[in-house]
Design a protein around this ligand. Structure first.
Ligand SMILES: [Zn+2]
Length: 132
């Protein structure tokens, strides 16, 4: 397993902040390495509220399974998205800049914080605004 400077199993498996418990190994290593680099650039802790989600979970929420958070071991799919709790405007700016500097090209801005992914199968160089 790759080593990350700022993230460990406890951010995913035993976290009481994360909404859907998952394994750090469910996250694509290149995505988490990029996120780790962004965390370094930002200079403050990144609070992860969502990592990998299974197809079963998505279906239980009436979702189609096209999320970049999807992990599907049978199809060799790893999660390429992370949700980050940030509500302060200044921190949101710093985090967005850090994520872009680290190479993320897809960022969603929500009332609770930021969704970020590096899913190359989806439109690139986009920032969208979400409501929930
Ligand atoms: Zn997300």
């Amino acid at each position: 397993m790759p080593k990350y400077k700022y993230f460990s199993k406890s951010d995913f498996e035993e976290s009481d902040i994360i909404r859907v418990p998952c394994s750090i190994n469910d996250i694509r290593p290149s995505t988490l390495q990029r996120f780790d680099q962004a965390r370094e650039y930002a200079g403050f802790p990144f609070v992860v509220t969502c990592g990998a989600r299974t197809l079963e979970h998505e279906k239980s929420r009436n979702r189609n399974g096209f999320t970049s958070h999807l992990v599907d071991d049978e199809r060799g799919i790893k999660c390429k998205a992370l949700d980050l709790r940030i509500t302060q405007p200044r921190k949101r700016f710093i985090a967005t800049r850090a994520l872009m500097r680290a190479g993320f090209t897809r960022i969603g801005i929500y009332p609770w914080g930021l969704h970020v992914d590096d899913d190359e199968k989806k439109p690139q160089n986009v920032i969208w605004h979400g409501t929930h």
